[in-house]
Design a protein around this ligand. Structure first.
Ligand code: SF4
Length: 575
């Protein structure tokens, strides 16, 4: 069955921020950690947080101590005071957009306006907002409720950030008609609005809809109601295990969306399951997609990309590329990537459950081919000479030791960095250096009179391409990496700063290549290869500006960039 995923499915900015703050605090292991109320309305995520030692606290008592996270919904000023007067350290994860609504209520309430809040009176966000109205706020839930508002008041009107847009419009019209002086703010979050709009348009293009998210999550329920209101069959589920074949017996295409509190890994599991259900219609495009997805799971695109990049790097500085070197890099990258997936399967479970399942099902085959690849690499490097063999062996050992604990946990603080990959940001840098070394430095060994500036330019070209690609994948995998306590580049620096770093590195190394080509340090191939930097700039910006949602498209763009480098080099070599 064909599956179409809504671009807006999954964590909203506020929930993602709250999750990241909480997981970063949990990974610090700095004393007891609580959330003030459940962090989000999702049972599976709460179970996961509990497994990481994060407990839920509903009431504050005088003797309480530790750290307590204020969730994205925010809290009342009275609750904040109570926490401040205990021994808790507050970790504030209130969504900035919710904080803005709290500010509006506070500001207008002091001017004598009575706050009218459209929302669910029992929802924590609304309870928090009411706290800023000094007991004067009025919660309404429909346009009919406007008739119950007292005549003599001046009103300021806001909405719970995740409420239904159309109902709020009706309420605002009713208030304007009855109280022309009322001050109305559009406080429904853009993310909610876009999500609801997308459900309507997606439902029109598919045979049925699946909404993934907690049964107690208000915004997920609203998505479900909107999907049902379109007339298409709609199903609300929490996990992929609830999907039934009978729901999709005549469906060719199913649309999937998810509430703001549904993590990516749960959505991915649902998609994987749906793809195996319903009517099977094999178009050429769907076969191509399936083929590509299969290749991604096997790590073959990475290995072919490494082949391609080595080929381009060699032509860049020596004008020719004996295929033995690209093949050596390809075998190394394939073997290392597959074995590291096994050594690091926890993160895969969350970042890409489909890949994790594939690895569990084809363990023997994958480990066998990875070891054969590395074995083949060892034979080739031996054929090239002893120094090449020793370098290949050293890189292989380093690649394996990278994911294996070498410092015991009991060594306190140092134990946090038990593996090399635990060092903040080390993964991106280590991978880039390894690719650069095997692609550009290993082939120079035994070569008479190498032109070192050219070798260095090629090394930087290959390493920077790999660094930017790997950095983007780390950003896409931030949820799973945080859960397993990895300190990748975006976790160490924060996503925004990591993106800026990748964009500036890309620009810097692109300029360096331009300069190297202009000064004849490298061949003229340097000019067309600048397009690869432009492509990297494009996919990083596409992520930053939200032009492309869904990690798999961005990943495909990043992989294609490596192939592009090889194709340019091949064309340059032939012409
Ligand atoms: S829906 Fe919007 S306002 Fe609410 S937590 Fe998410 S980003 Fe913040």
């Amino acid at each position: 069955m064909k599956v179409r995923l809504a671009k807006t499915a999954g964590f909203c900015m506020g929930v993602r921020r709250a999750m990241e703050i909480t997981l970063s605090e949990a990974n610090k292991g700095d004393g007891k950690l609580f959330t003030y109320g459940p962090l989000i309305h999702n049972r599976q995520v709460l179970d996961l947080l509990r497994s990481k030692g994060v407990d839920v606290k509903e009431d504050i008592e005088a003797h309480d101590k530790g750290r307590i996270v204020v969730r994205a919904h925010g809290i009342t000023p009275t609750e904040r005071k109570a926490i401040q007067s205990s021994d808790f350290k507050i970790i504030d994860a209130t969504c900035p957009r919710v904080a803005k609504v709290q500010g509006i209520i506070k500001q207008y309430n002091t001017k004598g306006y009575t706050p009218v809040i459209f929302g669910d009176a029992h929802h924590p966000e609304v309870i928090g907002l009411m706290g800023y109205s000094q007991g004067q706020g009025i919660v309404i839930s429909s346009a009919e409720d406007v008739t119950t508002l007292p005549e003599e008041k001046r009103f300021v009107v806001v909405s719970q950030t995740t409420q239904d847009v159309d109902t709020y419009r009706e309420i605002c019209s009713a208030i304007k008609a009855r109280f022309p002086e009322a001050v109305i703010f559009d406080t429904i979050c853009d993310e909610t609005y876009t999500r609801q709009k997308e459900v309507r348009s997606l439902a029109a293009q598919v045979d049925s809809m699946v909404i993934v998210g907690g049964y107690k999550s208000g915004n997920t329920m609203r998505l479900y109601q909107i999907a049902r209101s379109t007339g298409k069959p709609a199903f609300h589920i929490e996990t992929e295990g609830e999907l039934k074949d009978s729901w999709f017996s005549s469906a060719g295409t199913v649309g999937v969306t998810a509430g703001a509190s549904t993590p990516n890994w749960m959505i991915k599991k649902v998609i994987e399951r749906l793809r195996t259900m319903g009517k099977r219609k094999q178009s050429f495009a769907s076969l191509l997609t399936k083929g590509y997805q299969f290749l991604v799971k096997t790590n073959i695109p990475d290995a072919v990309g490494a082949f391609s990049l080595t080929y381009a790097g060699l032509i860049l500085y020596r004008g020719s590329a004996p295929l033995i070197y690209p093949i050596l890099t390809m075998l190394y990258v394939y073997g290392m990537h597959v074995l590291n997936r096994f050594l690091d399967k926890e993160a895969s479970r969350y970042n890409d459950p489909g890949v994790a399942l594939f690895y569990a099902q084809h363990k023997v085959f994958l480990i066998g081919t990875a070891l054969s690849g590395l074995g083949g690499g060892i034979i080739i490097s031996l054929y090239l000479g002893l120094p090449q063999f020793l370098l290949f062996l050293a890189l292989t050992i380093l690649g394996l030791v990278y994911s294996v604990p070498i410092i015991p946990w009991r060594l306190g603080y140092l134990g946090r960095y038990a593996k090399i990959k635990d060092l903040p940001g080390s993964k991106t840098m280590a991978e880039a250096l390894a690719w650069g070394t095997i692609s550009s430095l290993l082939p120079v060994i035994g070569w008479p009179n190498p032109v070192w500036p050219g070798v260095l330019a090629s090394f930087l070209f290959v390493s920077s391409m790999c660094y930017v690609r790997c950095g983007l994948l780390d950003i896409l995998n931030i949820q799973g990496d945080l859960i397993v306590g990895r300190e990748t580049l975006p976790i160490a620096l924060g996503e925004e700063r990591a993106l800026k770093l990748l964009l500036s590195s890309n620009a810097f190394f692109g300029l360096l290549l331009l300069l190297s080509a202009a000064l004849k340090i490298v061949s003229n191939l340097g000019y067309p290869l600048l397009i690869c930097f432009l492509n990297s700039f494009f996919y990083l910006t596409a992520y930053q500006k939200d032009w492309v949602r869904g990690g798999s498209h961005l990943q495909a763009l990043a992989e294609a960039n490596l192939l592009l480098a090889g194709l340019f080099a091949l064309a340059w070599n032939i012409l």
